[in-house]
Ligand binder design. Structure first.
Ligand code: NAD
Ligand code: DAU
Length: 347
């Protein structure tokens, strides 16, 4: 049986990648390795608990001994590396944690992977468009755009990308990297803009907009990202980078207006009432003005395209959060942590 390690599989995107692989590749064992920081939520994967081709292992990629043991025990065929500290605002208040997980953790995995006994071992590193810095009103990030990270988060991701390429060039490790734009969808921790806004609107709380709200992000439905990850893991060319994006640019303010309108409809509230919750707050330090991805390489080489129109995706996303009130309650109260203790610590 082939074995693939997925790091960060209890996080937002990891959840969707793990589920996709476990359900589709029954002849392949999927080993989800996650430290379960505040962002790791195993209740996201409750439905896979008893799947025969799935295993969860709690562990910290910063711990080199743990990583070494993990590879010795399981002898994986490849790794899809998503584990990271992922929130820009947290990186501004605690940069070192980002260096530890995103840089040191990645290098620990690379060191172990380069000594893998499997000659075909593949290292797939999941990265972000934020490594390219910011755009003005025109232009798109391509795979050739020079790195120019501005936040401690993007600097740590840029550093890890460089290490991954260095291990390909120096040690001949089979690597692929993808740099994706902003994801949205089910199971996202409500510190990020879309789930935070949905939850606040539902509870009639202020929706904070940083600065003037004119910063632009390129939004992609998380399940489209998971499908791109599957294509790249199996078919991406060694040593290559693939940009992934939604061709879907929105200013934060316009996005929140659309969200408010949809929430008014879904909650049967008077038209324009949710917009009254919009509150402009102090801007994020070093706030990048605009991100936008040229995803033509992955479209041409791997035949991947986003599948959903944004308004449809946003509507589905809102429905998921409204239908899964318990999920949100367990996350905001911290009760989601008890699930791991009940399921795994007891054994
Ligand atoms: P997330 O914060 O929701 O999840 C991260 C996961 O990593 C969590 O389950 C956490 O417990 C785990 N983790 C953190 N530190 C760890 C450690 N030291 N050892 C083991 N596990 C650890 O993040 P996400 O939004 O799902 O992002 C996943 C990856 O995709 C990240 O590498 C991120 O940089 C990248 N990415 C995210 C987006 C986005 O819009 N969310 C876009 C592009 C790229
Ligand atoms: O571009 C990819 C990146 O997208 C990923 O690499 C990161 O892991 C992911 O967190 C995301 O980063 P952003 O900083 O773009 O996402 P966030 O949801 O934090 O913010 C989206 C935009 O909304 C950004 O311009 C900041 C703004 N914002 C955010 C929050 C949380 C607000 O205006 N108000 C808020 O309360």
């Amino acid at each position: 049986m082939k074995k693939i390690i997925i790091t960060g599989g209890a996080g937002f995107i990891g959840t969707h990648v793990v589920r996709r692989f476990v359900k589709k590749y029954l002849d392949c064992k999927i080993i989800n390795v996650d430290k379960l920081t505040y962002a790791g939520n195993l209740t996201n994967l409750e439905d896979l608990e008893h799947a025969e081709n799935y295993q969860f292992i709690k562990g910290d990629i910063v711990d080199a001994n743990f990583v070494h043991e993990l590879f010795e025990t399981h002898q994986p065929d490849g790794i899809i590396h998503l584990a990271a500290e992922s929130h820009v605002d947290r990186s501004i208040s605690n940069p070192l944690e980002f260096v530890m997980t995103n840089v040191v953790g990645t290098v620990n995995l690379l060191n172990t992977a380069k000594s893998s006994k499997n000659p075909n071992f593949r290292f797939y590193h999941i990265s972000t468009d934020e490594v390219y810095g910011e755009l003005g009103a025109e232009g798109l990030f391509t795979e050739e755009t020079k790195y120019d990270p501005h936040s401690p988060y993007s600097a740590s991701k840029a550093s890890s990308d460089h290490f991954v390429r260095a291990y390909h060039d120096t040690y001949g490790l089979d690597i692929v990297i993808s740099n994706c734009s902003n994801n949205y969808g089910a199971h996202q921790f409500p510190e990020k803009l879309i789930p935070l806004a949905i939850n606040n609107i539902k509870n009639n709380k202020a929706v904070p907009i940083y600065g003037d709200g004119l910063n632009v992000r390129d939004w992609l439905w998380v399940e489209d990202h998971a499908r791109a990850i599957e294509e790249i893991y199996f078919k991406g060319k060694t040593g290559e980078t693939y940009n992934i994006g939604g061709h879907n640019e929105w200013t934060n303010l316009d996005l929140i207006h659309v969200l408010c309108n949809l929430m008014d409809e879904k909650l049967n509230r008077p038209k324009d009432s949710s917009k009254e919750l919009i509150t402009f707050v102090k801007d994020r330090a070093g706030h990048d003005a605009r991100y936008a991805i040229d995803a033509s390489k992955i479209a041409n080489e791997l035949n991947w395209k986003p599948s959903l129109q944004f308004k449809e995706g946003l509507s589905k996303t809102i429905d998921w959060y409204l239908e899964n009130e318990k999920w949100m309650e367990r996350v905001t109260s911290g009760a989601y942590k008890e699930y791991y203790e009940k399921m795994y610590d007891a054994n």
